[in-house]
Design a protein around this ligand. Structure first.
Ligand SMILES: Cc1cc2nc3c(=O)[nH]c(=O)nc-3n(C[C@H](O)[C@H](O)[C@H](O)COP(=O)(O)OP(=O)(O)OC[C@H]3O[C@@H](n4cnc5c(N)ncnc54)[C@H](O)[C@@H]3O)c2cc1C
Length: 271
């Protein structure tokens, strides 16, 4: 069962602050981490490797400092890690990003053997679009299972996988043929502490560098000038007013609550 996990380096949201004057994020001094959903995708792939054999590769597109998260991926049980890094990718929107990652993934498959499952997190905590995974699956023309919360079973012989996924108001279980792309929720598993053998392997394994020179990536589909998304304005939403608390369980409090809700309910046609 060969897996390839796409991971993104993101600023640690717990430590990011906002400059309210400029409306921008203050990134200085903020450590970078593996996008939290992607860490669970790595763990899911490693659990399948432990159960069914195979290997786990991990790829990230980003600047040279993204090597750090790839080393962490090795410590989590990945076998090979790839960094897709080149100035031609700079300024990419999700269309250009998913193109570059798809082309990089084809190169990884040449190196490690055909891939059965591609994994991404359900979304990145900084960009938040949740478009990259679907974009990659579309380019491969393979089934896409989003918001996965449990891998039910893998039928290695018939090359099928059963996955439970979140849907509005509940959950459903789907079966798809392999290869497929799965995007993971955080609840799919619990992360483990890195065991010593994985830490040793992480120290000994190098990150394989990919760029437009050693892959078949078409520079004409990459970067800012080939990104149709145009950001018109970036701003911080206004701070919300503090809510009003009504305390008490007597008729007077109930009437006060009703007086506040009545005009809203009338406006919505509920009264
Ligand atoms: C006009 C424009 C210019 C931009 N310029 C830059 C820029 O110069 N530098 C920059 O860093 N960003 C830039 N961005 C942001 C960049 O396009 C997005 O971060 C990227 O497309 C991924 O989208 P997302 O963050 O919404 O991830 P989502 O689509 O929410 O991510 C879903 C999943 O896809 C995978 N994934 C996403 N990104 C990567 C990645 N890079 N490597 C591996 N896996 C990944 C992860 O598994 C992640 O959980 C730009 C965006 C726009 C619109």
């Amino acid at each position: 069962m060969h897996s390839l996990v796409f991971i993104k380096q993101v600023p640690d949201a717990a430590q990011v602050r906002i400059n309210y004057e400029t409306g921008t994020l203050i990134r200085e001094g903020v450590p970078s981490i593996i996008n939290p959903f992607d860490a669970h995708a790595i763990e899911a792939a490693v659990q399948l490797k432990d159960k069914y054999g195979g290997n786990v590769s991990v790829i990230s597109m980003g600047p040279p400092m993204a090597k750090e998260i790839l080393k962490k991926a090795l410590a989590m049980g990945a076998d090979k890690v790839f960094l897709l890094s080149d100035m031609v990718f700079a300024g990419a929107d999700t269309l250009a990003t998913s193109y570059a990652l798809w082309a990089g993934a084809k190169k990884v498959a040449e190196e490690v053997g055909s891939i059965d499952i591609y994994w991404t997190g359900k979304q990145a905590i900084d960009g938040d679009t949740a478009q990259t995974g679907p974009g990659i699956a579309t380019r491969f023309n393979i089934p896409l299972v989003t918001y996965a919360v449990e891998i039910k079973e893998v039928d290695k012989q018939n090359k099928k996988i059963k996955v439970s996924r979140l849907i509005d108001g509940g959950m459903e279980t789907v079966e798809v043929p392999l290869p497929c792309l799965i995007t993971t929720e955080e609840t799919i598993n619990t992360l483990r502490y890195a065991p010593l053998p994985y830490l040793i392997k992480a120290a000994k394994t190098s990150v394989v560098l990919l760029n437009s020179g050693n892959t078949e990536i078409d520079a004409e589909q990459c970067g800012l000038k080939n990104s149709p998304t145009k950001v018109k304005k970036a701003f911080t939403p206004p701070k919300r007013e503090k809510g009003e608390m009504l305390e008490g369980n007597d008729e007077k409090t109930l009437n006060a609550l009703y007086d506040k809700l009545e005009p809203i309910l009338k406006q919505c046609g509920k009264l």
